[in-house]
Design a protein around this ligand. Structure first.
Ligand code: AFP
Length: 327
């Protein structure tokens, strides 16, 4: 049995990264305990205000955010924090070597219905040690991440983590309080017959995405020559976890529903960490055409269309988009 601490010591010599992952995953235990108590812990329902995204904040959005902020404020390696729930980044220790970004509670709409939610985190290098960090310091492409992962608060609490070239999966042992390694080199199949998309937005998608989904629905009788299945957790962590477990394609594509938003998912603390996990597990991650990890950000809350998962399926979506662009 290998614990998270042992895994980190065996696979990473970066003490700052290791200790910061430990800080984040310890908070994950507290969030998991609160979720276990659910309605009994007075964590359900609205917090009564909106975040920078214009979304109604749930009580647990705010609580998870505050728990992570407080814990990272005590971590001398952390020079600054950016969160989905905060308008701007929060400076921490100017001499720290790392920047931490997170979606503290992904899948908030699932909290009140007792469905899967999670925490997504990304760790970037801090390039101006000794200076107070500002938003601009966080604007680094996803290919600069030193580590990334998520906590999934499901029937059990699980941690997916990449700190080097591998993707490892851990399960929280509620008795010992240890995250126990259950798989150390996750690889996902290049092909799949399972996809995830919120189909209610069909009328807002661009033509290539409409064509792609039409082909999947046509199944064996159509050009794909096989039937497909669909799943939609409404929490990216849940859909990405399923893909790490058995392959698949997840997409939240560009839509004209909120034209100025270019899709729903945020680049810095959702798409980038999840893309690093998926690519290192042998999958692909694009904005439909371009590699997400190569996108140079211009705002810590910028949104990006996302297509990720089994490599050949992600490539198929890209080809369709290129074919349409060539018309
Ligand atoms: P919330 O955290 O606001 O519930 O959003 C979750 C999310 O960003 C992502 O985790 C889901 O895949 C996606 O939004 C669900 O979007 P829909 O509500 O449109 O299904």
């Amino acid at each position: 049995m290998t614990t998270l601490t042992q895994y980190l010591n065996n696979h990473s010599t970066n003490t700052a990264v290791n200790e910061t992952i430990a800080t984040i995953t310890e908070v994950g235990k507290t969030i998991a305990q609160l979720l276990r108590r659910g309605a009994l812990a007075d964590i359900l329902g609205e917090a009564g205000n909106q975040n920078v995204q214009g979304e109604e904040q749930k009580k647990l959005d705010v609580l998870a955010n505050d728990l992570l902020l407080d814990a990272l404020a005590s971590n001398a390696h952390c020079a600054g924090v950016a969160s989905e729930e905060l308008d701007n980044s929060t400076p921490a220790h100017a001499d720290g070597s790392l920047l931490v970004l997170f979606d503290p509670l992904d899948g908030s709409s699932n909290i009140d219905i007792n469905m899967a939610v999670g925490t997504i985190f990304s760790i970037l290098p801090y390039q101006r040690q000794g200076q107070i960090s500002v938003d601009k310091d966080f604007l680094q492409a996803g290919n600069q991440q030193l580590a990334a992962g998520y906590l999934l608060y499901g029937t059990s609490t699980m941690l997916a983590l990449t700190i080097a070239n591998d993707v490892a999966m851990f399960s929280l042992d509620p008795d010992s309080g240890d995250y126990v390694l259950i798989e150390e080199k996750i690889q996902i199949d290049a092909d799949t017959s399972e996809y995830s998309i919120n189909s209610s937005n069909y009328r807002y998608w661009r033509a290539p995405m409409q064509q792609y989904i039409d082909e999947l629905i046509d199944g064996e009788a159509g050009v794909r020559g096989r039937d497909f299945n669909t799943r939609w957790v409404a929490a990216m962590v849940g859909d990405v976890h399923r893909i790490l477990c058995r392959g698949g394609l997840f997409t939240y594509p560009f839509d004209t529903k909120y034209a100025h938003k270019a899709g729903k998912l945020r680049l810095m603390y959702e798409a980038n960490p999840m893309s690093l996990l998926i690519e290192r597990a042998g999958g692909g991650a694009t904005d439909a055409v371009n590699r997400i990890l190569d996108i140079e950000p211009n705002d810590i809350h910028q949104r990006v269309p996302v297509v990720l998962g089994s490599k050949n399926e992600v490539a198929y979506v890209k080809d369709l988009h290129l074919q349409h662009a060539a018309k």
